[in-house]
Design a protein around this ligand. Sequence first.
Ligand code: FEO
Ligand code: CA
Ligand code: CA
Ligand code: CA
Length: 514
Amino acid sequence: HLFGFNSNRVSGHFDPIAPSNEDKLVLPKGYRYDVVAAFDDVINQAGDKFGQGCDYNAFLPINGANHRGLLATNHEYTNIFLHGPLKDGKMNADQIKQALYYQGMSVIEVFRDTDGSWKMDKSSANARRINGFTKFELTGPGKGSAALGGNTSVTGTFANCSGGVTLWNTVLSCEENFTDLAAAASLPLTHYGWVVEIDPFDGSFLRKHTALGRFNHENTAMGLAKDGRVVVYMGDDKKDACIYKFVSNGKFDKAKGRNNSELLADGTLYVASLKNGSWIALTYDAVKKTLDNPSFKTPAGLKGTKEDFLKLFQNQADVVTNCHEAAILLGGMPTDRPEDIEISPFDNTVFICHTNNDLHGNIHGHITRIFEQDDDLGAASFDFEIFAAGGRQSGFSSPDNLSFDGNGNLWVVTDISSSSLNKGIYSTFMNNGLFVIPTSGPSQGDAFQFASGPNESEMTGPYFTPDEKTLFLSVQHPGENTTDLSKPTSLWPHRSGDKIARCGVVAISGFQLG
Ligand code: FEO
Ligand code: CA
Ligand code: CA
Ligand code: CA
């Protein structure tokens, strides 16, 4: 028993499992799971359906309860189990409509029943969908700008990957690989690739915050600078893309509640240079100064001439809209696909999953730990280390989402692509897993496996209830390599009568827990 600090919590106590290649969600002895919602389940009285491609989860207690709350879940993408096989790999008009409906987010109400099992409460007045048809108010420099076609609001969110909860109890959701669906649906590309904010308890509160930049957003991790400004760390999940942090101009004021959201409209976006441990401010003035330098040369990794960039960048809205280009122009460091980021609640160090990057032979990825100067999240400089490296020696490959428990352990899910799973150099890991890695003490940096996912799935969105007696977890894309619906490669979650695999969200708890 590894984590004997508090055996009355999921996070407290387990015997690690061995890797598995079964079409099952495998957990340590003494643990169980309940599927609280799966793809296409009805979620409310209006008959709305749970989306596909479940990713990030946030549990928001109702009246402080650990056994009843709203669960906000991201829906990242759609696949054969929604659309059927695509003709020539292209969606028709009906399939595009389906994709816009089934991506985005779900808000559902969940509760722990008297027998200890977790269920969805479909009578909830808060249960609803947020998707490709939902209207969002824009905030920040992009609002009303030429880059966004002069719009002050935009329609739709999709490709919602990970996210985060704010200090004022709303949920941030990140638009990641948005280009394919936006293009297929003939939507303006600059309206997507942002961070959206919703209030699970208020369906009318819907914002897209352009000050946080536009890129392939993985996640948000929010904390406070020593002086009270709000800091948000974000990864851009592409090969050779950067790590960002936003620092608000104003200070967090708990008494203002949800009005603190305005802090996300006004601040400075920084990109990390790991070369010299500095945060570089992405401002229009800095971009202009760089381009005006007579010895300007297009940096490696960018395409275009000085004239192209002068045309692209004419104001701050253009900088946040073309964030990656601005970041590389100003010296931001390309990294190995930054996925999730979490701030340690114990020492303010910042953990980043660099999932992998075959362009540089980083096949199994690593977790980077950033030490901000003076442990101040608002600092302008930092140091860093490779906290844990994927590979045979550590037992995990391709780290993706992260979550901290109250014992200082990092919970890490892996995302080996389903075309590589159980083959060649990936055989040893078997199916994707969930690992627990202590961030201090004698086992610091060692990975212990807590769960193994069903065939071709990755697990996403680990999120604890405040008492850590329950862990919500998404099982994303089981059976995604299926090409013939009569021969699905997974039938998870194996509900009676089901003929297809269904991604879904499970609640994991211990048998011994009350
Ligand atoms: Fe959607 Fe970067 O994972
Ligand atoms: Ca991810
Ligand atoms: Ca996370
Ligand atoms: Ca991934």
